[in-house]
Ligand binder design. Structure first.
Ligand code: FE2
Ligand code: FE2
Length: 254
């Protein structure tokens, strides 16, 4: 459901969303970027647990409004994840023809990993559209680099292609783990302060865990298929991992 439709439903039913039920405030006249970086208009202080029985907020869920930093974290997390998953689909798209041509037995594996990456990309495409997060401005750059990386490693051979997957998935697995850790710390803090955690954010963590596990499964497939035999493995994986870290850093910001 689109954000305006969700907002219309909220208005129709007289509901006040918690600010982390929707990452963005309801003021739809602001630009998407501003929506995610601004304290919501309904940023009213949520009543503490000890509020008086007459307090009308007591019957509502006690959810703490997201801070500006938390909004920016969520927005940059969705942006970088979408860019990363786009890159992953492009790497596998470019690797598959030369790799499968030389090693037909790898076709099912490549198709399986590509299908999973496509699913990840669909997930983040939906999330950034729903929450009006601006996609990375460097989309065309990542497209060229990811395709080039996929094609060149596949041409170098099966081991190099697998070393590429090993390097990328190592970085991406760690990247998703960092996001999950940050969100869980946020949840712990809210719960320690007596606030509830919205279902939407809990679902996001569940999604990130599932995707993280699938990335680590790709890493295992790469190692099982002789990624470590690439020559020189240390240089190839070192350069690709450094490139991934740089791309993540830039995509979180630009
Ligand atoms: Fe992925
Ligand atoms: Fe992956």
């Amino acid at each position: 459901m689109s954000l305006p439709r969700i907002q219309a439903r909220i208005v129709r039913h007289g509901l006040q969303p918690s600010s982390h039920e929707l990452f963005v405030p309801t003021s739809s006249r602001l630009s998407p970027r501003r929506l995610l970086s601004t304290t919501p208009r309904h940023n009213a202080t949520i009543a503490p647990n000890s509020s008086s029985p007459a307090d009308p907020s007591q019957s509502k869920p006690k959810r703490k409004p997201l801070t500006k930093e938390q909004r920016e974290f969520l927005s940059s997390a969705l942006r970088v994840n979408q860019a990363g998953e786009l890159a992953a689909t492009l790497i596998y798209t470019a690797q598959t023809p030369p790799l499968v041509n030389a090693h037909p037995h790898l076709r099912p594996l490549m198709a399986h990993m590509y299908a999973q990456e496509e699913g990840h990309l669909d997930t983040f495409n939906s999330l950034i559209a729903k929450h009006r997060v601006r996609p990375t401005a460097l989309y065309p750059v990542w497209q060229v680099l990811a395709t080039g990386l996929g094609w060149s490693t596949a041409v170098m051979g099966r081991e190099a292609a697998m070393a590429c997957t090993e390097a990328v998935e190592t970085e991406i697995g760690g990247h998703y783990n960092n996001q999950i850790r940050t969100l869980l710390e946020m949840f712990d803090q809210w719960e320690a302060e007596g606030y509830e955690v919205g279902e939407e954010l809990r679902h996001l963590v569940k999604t990130l865990r599932r995707i993280r596990d699938e990335e680590l499964e790709h890493l295992d497939h790469a190692v099982d298929n002789d990624a470590k035999k690439a020559e020189p493995h240390w240089l190839l994986t070192g350069v690709i991992r450094l490139g991934c870290r740089g791309a993540i850093w830039v995509s979180e910001r630009v």
